[in-house]
Design a protein around this ligand. Sequence first.
Ligand SMILES: NC(=O)c1ccc[n+]([C@@H]2O[C@H](COP(=O)([O-])OP(=O)(O)OC[C@H]3O[C@@H](n4cnc5c(N)ncnc54)[C@H](OP(=O)(O)O)[C@@H]3O)[C@@H](O)[C@H]2O)c1
Length: 194
Amino acid sequence: MNRVLILGANGQLARNTTRIFLRDTEATLTLYLRRASRLKNPDSSRVKIVEGDVLDPETLEAAMKGQDVVYANLAGAMKAQAEHIITAMHATGAKRLIFISSMGIYGEVPGERYRSVLDPYRDSAAVVEASDLDYTIVRPGWFTHDDAVDYQITQKGEPFRGHDVSLNSVSDLIVKLALTSGMESRRSLGVSQV
Ligand SMILES: NC(=O)c1ccc[n+]([C@@H]2O[C@H](COP(=O)([O-])OP(=O)(O)OC[C@H]3O[C@@H](n4cnc5c(N)ncnc54)[C@H](OP(=O)(O)O)[C@@H]3O)[C@@H](O)[C@H]2O)c1
């Protein structure tokens, strides 16, 4: 499980997770993003940068060939993105998907109603959950820049606990999910500071 494709690699969380992958693991990374000139290659011996849009099937499939893990760190038209990712995974035989979503998609945050702003997150999660893939959906709380790695997980069906979570905590979870075979497979995890 050593070859990881990061979709939306210029995102804030993706950049932080790339740093942790390179610091703590031996994974090789393919960073997939639009307008690739924005990103400097942090380690050309282990990192390849591919310019592409997730909604471009040809480029996406080419980047996905031979990858062990697809880590989707996206925003915007997330339902269509999820559909394109699943199609490309079927075409290339990739099975493991880590899909970043948000807290609140199931109405699981006590006292909060996020309504339509979360529709793309809700709809894309439903598409991922309906697939046959080895997926894990990650529903983080609000990101903080604390250095601390300090988090708790709640499963789908449980109330979300807390509100915030450090980027480092979410990255720690993503790296573990990516490199540990079978970890939290076909589950949707709330993640928040303890
Ligand atoms: N901030 C928080 O507190 C918080 C809390 C919970 C969940 N989240 C969610 O967690 C996710 C990851 O967070 P983040 O901070 O890393 O988000 P981010 O900085 O907005 O990154 C999302 C990335 O998705 C890329 N993207 C969008 N459409 C694409 C497409 N069609 N093809 C390729 N790339 C595409 C964007 O690329 P471009 O730069 O090219 O537009 C962007 O770099 C987001 O959905 C965010 O809303 C955030």
